[in-house]
Design a binder for this molecule. Structure first.
Ligand code: ADP
Ligand code: MG
Length: 714
């Protein structure tokens, strides 16, 4: 931890720990370098015979930075990363040397049996392989005095079944590329490749580490299972964009510097709405790289916070009655020529391309709203979604007034005529005006908002690996686009004899009108937090899964299996369904165990001590005084405390019964549903009863740090 001014600029340290293209260019023969760059950018596959040369260069570079070990760094279905370190050391007959071969670079073989596989394991085998993914650069990770060369990898079983989150994302990007390239051809737009890009704004809390350590719930789960709101919360709105506390700023500076060295382009930081809540956002990147960087960033934040005697909480809802944390996933499609296809520039080709893409997107989101909901579902995110601080679980799209007008005009008249302004653009073709940010976003209540040149998916949870929601976005847009283009018979257009603008418009507009009509229900510009929206959404037949467990079944629906063709097969989807349910149930179990243990071993003893304190005091008074009626109010106070304790014990017993009964249910979906619909609602009452005790019991006796200390210290 250093508060010294830095003598290197941010741009000088950027990517220092990354085996970047410029390092590769210096260290590798030209043809190998070019092959590697092409492979990294998904243009061709890597030539295996180059692997040894690349491995030697990578090792030399890493050893110079102090690396002693290497690991394949991958993302199993736990949602977090996994790694198994090996040294470079190798014993030959007469000496010990540092060696790293192409074979070691290309493939690893960790035991897959302890990772979640959701049934794939029992059907197949435990053996799993990691394979180098050149689309994300290798990097060195410094921790605990050690330096490790990390090789971003994919993870699969020996039968070729996908066991990670990255393969589907990479495949979905390829699928998106195929559909969008067909569209570009129809529109006469030149490009060789397109890919999805994401920029992730991450909200998080930072609190004192020693106070965190005194709370078993924060320590084990990252959230408080009990805790009465402090007399002051976020109502004064004095935290958002306020000046950042000095110790927190020092922590931010430190982790951002480390992030820059790892090539993570961190850009924005600020105070968020809730006390002790903050946000960090890097500049957007290709999806799979952005996901890797996001995971690395979260790890860096956790690690760096501890060095500063702070704790970084990435849980979606660490504190009751103040805002939780999300991860806004800004998503767009960019071409290798640098064109953002979601940016309406006003040229005729771009206009029509944008319109088709937008229609495909709206249609995809409308058709697969439940899948999108499921993609952000978790026990922790359920605490946040729909809590009047975050988007509800009803998936809808906010487009902004101007774009709404454009789409309504297209739907009704087949063309958009710009109102006002100098010229009339009624050329028989739809003209999309350049949309300024002011005309689009700023409805912060929508789960999906168009923000001028990208979509912002706001229902993602702060602790979540974004791979799956990003995969779903890619696939549903690609599927919508394929449908539209197929219906317009545009999938086989020869680029040598493209359609004229007029022909294209004539063919496509009636189809867009149809698809816009079908999917109109998912467009909503009002207040998504209002209860009237819930009613309205019901009328529009939009799915509203307030509990994620109810949405998960969509993962194995025939329609999901169909759109996932080439990405994940039916078994793989089914395995994911089982894993998310299992994770949900385990999470609720941990929460229940924590509640019971903290209540029994910390809160109840403190409350009983307080009860005893008052009772003894009354008793002592009665012993010495004849005016017994004078302590009527103290008797009443004692009665209140007795009743509050009795009530908490009674509810704890009820919750325990329901939890025990639900735990015995053998059928996993049924068990998860019982946890969601019976155990958690009862546990909310338990929490209320305990939080009430917190407001009664002597502060000195209360065994857990309170919200005011956790959120306002410093
Ligand atoms: P705000 O809080 O106003 O929504 P921020 O500046 O906090 O905006 O974050 C916006 C995020 O969107 C950043 O990560 C930024 O890099 C990202 N972003 C900007 N343009 C695109 C794009 N075309 N595609 C994906 N993400 C983008
Ligand atoms: Mg932001």
């Amino acid at each position: 931890m250093s508060t010294e001014p830095m003598n290197e600029t941010s741009s000088e340290i950027f990517g220092k720990y990354v085996f970047s293209q410029s390092v590769m260019q210096k260290m590798l023969p030209k043809e190998i370098y070019e092959n590697l760059v092409n492979a990294a950018e998904n243009r061709s596959s890597l030539q295996q015979e180059y692997a040894d040369t690349i491995a030697v260069a990578m090792k030399e570079w890493a050893v110079k930075l102090g690396a002693t070990h290497y690991c394949h760094w991958f993302q199993p279905l736990t949602g977090i990363t996994a790694e198994k370190h090996d040294t470079f050391l190798e014993c030959t007959s007469d000496r010990v040397i540092e060696r790293f071969s192409g074979e070691q670079l290309l493939q690893g073989e960790p035991d897959a049996s302890s990772f979640p596989s959701g049934g794939l394991r029992s059907t197949y085998e435990a053996r799993g392989y990691t394979g180098w993914d050149p689309s994300s650069p290798a990097f060195v990770w410094k921790a605990g005095g050690g330096v490790i060369l990390c090789i971003p990898s994919v993870f699969f079983s020996w039968t070729g079944h996908v066991l990670d989150l990255k393969i589907p994302l990479l495949r979905s990007d390829k699928k998106l590329n195929d559909s969008v390239m067909t569209l570009l051809k129809c529109c006469g737009i030149e490009a060789n490749q397109v890919f999805s890009c994401i920029g992730l704004e991450l909200e998080y809390f930072v609190i004192d580490r020693f106070l965190r350590d005194q709370r078993p719930d924060l320590l084990l789960l990252g959230k408080t299972v009990f805790g009465a709101p402090a007399p002051k919360g976020q109502e004064l709105q004095d935290h958002y964009l306020g000046s950042i506390k000095e110790n927190v700023l020092s922590f931010m500076t430190d982790f951002e510097m480390e992030a820059l060295k790892l090539g993570i382009p961190v850009k924005t930081r600020h105070n968020e709405v809730a006390p002790s809540q903050y946000e960090v956002a890097p500049i957007y990147e290709r999806s799979s790289l952005a996901v890797d960087h996001n995971i690395l960033l979260m790890e860096l934040m956790r690690k760096t916070a501890l060095k500063h005697q702070l704790a970084c909480l990435l849980h979606e809802k660490p504190f009751h009655e103040i805002n939780g944390s999300g991860k806004h996933c800004n998503w767009s499609i960019i071409s290798d020529t640098g064109m953002n296809l979601l940016n309406p520039t006003g040229t005729p080709e771009n206009n029509i391309c944008f319109l088709i893409l937008l229609t495909a997107l709206i249609y995809g989101i409308h058709t697969h709203a439940a899948l999108l909901r499921a993609s952000v579902g978790s026990a922790s995110n359920d605490w946040r979604l729909g809590g009047h601080e975050a988007p509800p679980a009803i998936i809808s799209i906010y487009l902004g007034e101007e774009l709404e007008n454009v789409l309504n005009d297209i739907e009704e008249k087949g063309a958009y005529q710009r109102k006002g302004g100098k010229g009339k653009y009624n050329l028989g073709i739809p003209i999309i005006p350049q949309l300024s940010m002011h005309n689009t976003d700023r409805n912060r209540t929508s789960p999906l908002a168009f923000t001028g040149n990208k979509f912002e998916f706001r229902a993602v949870g702060s602790s979540q690996n974004v791979s799956f929601p990003a995969t779903v976005m890619n696939i549903i847009v690609s599927d919508g686009l394929n449908k539209i283009l197929e219906e317009a018979k545009l999938t086989k257009i020869d680029s040598k004899s493209p359609l004229s603008q007029a022909q294209l418009i004539e063919t496509i507009i009636p189809i867009l009108q149809k698809y816009l009509k079908i999917s109109k229900g998912v467009r909503f510009s009002g207040d998504n937090y209002s209860s009237s929206w819930v009613q309205e959404a019901k009328k529009r037949k939009l799915p509203n899964y307030t509990k994620c467990v109810e949405s998960f079944a969509v993962l194995k629906s025939p329609e999901t299996v169909r759109i996932f063709e080439g990405i994940l097969d039916e078994n793989e989807l089914k395995s994911r369904y089982e894993i998310v349910l299992q994770q949900y149930a385990e999470n609720v179990n941990i929460e229940m165990k924590l509640m019971m243990e903290i209540f029994q071993t910390q809160i109840l003893p403190a409350a009983l001590k307080y009860q005893n304190q008052i009772a003894s005091s009354i008793h002592a008074y009665k012993e010495v005084s004849s005016k017994k009626e004078a302590i009527g109010r103290q008797n009443a106070l004692l009665q209140t405390v007795v009743e509050a304790i009795e009530n908490a014990i009674r509810i704890s017993e009820m919750v325990k019964d329901t939890w025990n009964q639900s735990s015995t249910i053998a059928d996993l979906p049924e068990k998860a549903s019982a946890f969601a619909n019976k155990v958690l609602p009862e546990s909310a009452n338990f929490r209320k009863a305990v939080d009430h005790l917190e407001t009664l019991v002597d502060d000195k006796l209360w065994p857990l740090p309170k919200y005011r200390e956790l959120l306002f210290l410093g």
